[in-house]
Design a protein around this ligand. Structure first.
Ligand SMILES: [Zn+2]
Length: 141
């Protein structure tokens, strides 16, 4: 009952002054934002801890980390594969400053931020004279 009394007392207080209510609302929003901010930093710390752990890995992975580390490597491989596919689709150029791959049409290098020269992507007209060996798997029913 003490809790109920406490709650009803607080509700009464809030009802009494709108100003108080507004102030509490603002305070709540402010504290919620601070909670989010701290939680974001906590996640960043976990990410850094994880990256540091993986970077210090030698041959032996502790068993309880093995699954996660394996999953990480699978995801990294997938990301690389998808990036390569993207490069193939969009075409890419190489940043003159840092050497990173930059998608054709990007105004700036994603890695170092250097401005990229405006390039016209090579027109891929259907000349049909590509000698790629992909034709073997070309047949789709
Ligand atoms: Zn660059």
């Amino acid at each position: 009952m003490a809790i109920l009394n406490d709650v009803s007392e607080k509700l009464t207080q809030v009802g009494q002054t709108v100003t108080q209510k507004t102030k509490q609302f603002a305070e709540t929003a402010k504290l919620s934002a601070k909670v989010s901010e701290e939680e974001k930093k906590i996640k960043e710390c976990y990410v850094k801890i994880g990256q540091l752990y993986v970077s210090k890995l030698t041959a032996e992975v502790e068993p309880e980390f093995a699954d996660l580390v394996n999953e990480l490597h699978v995801c990294e491989d997938n990301a690389k594969k998808y990036k390569d596919q993207l490069k193939g689709l969009k075409g890419y150029t190489v940043c003159a400053k840092c050497g990173a791959d930059v998608t054709v049409g990007s105004a700036f290098c994603n890695t170092c931020g250097a401005p990229m020269p405006v390039l016209t992507p090579v027109e891929n007209t259907e000349d049909g004279e590509d000698a790629s060996d992909e034709n073997a798997e070309d047949k789709v029913d």
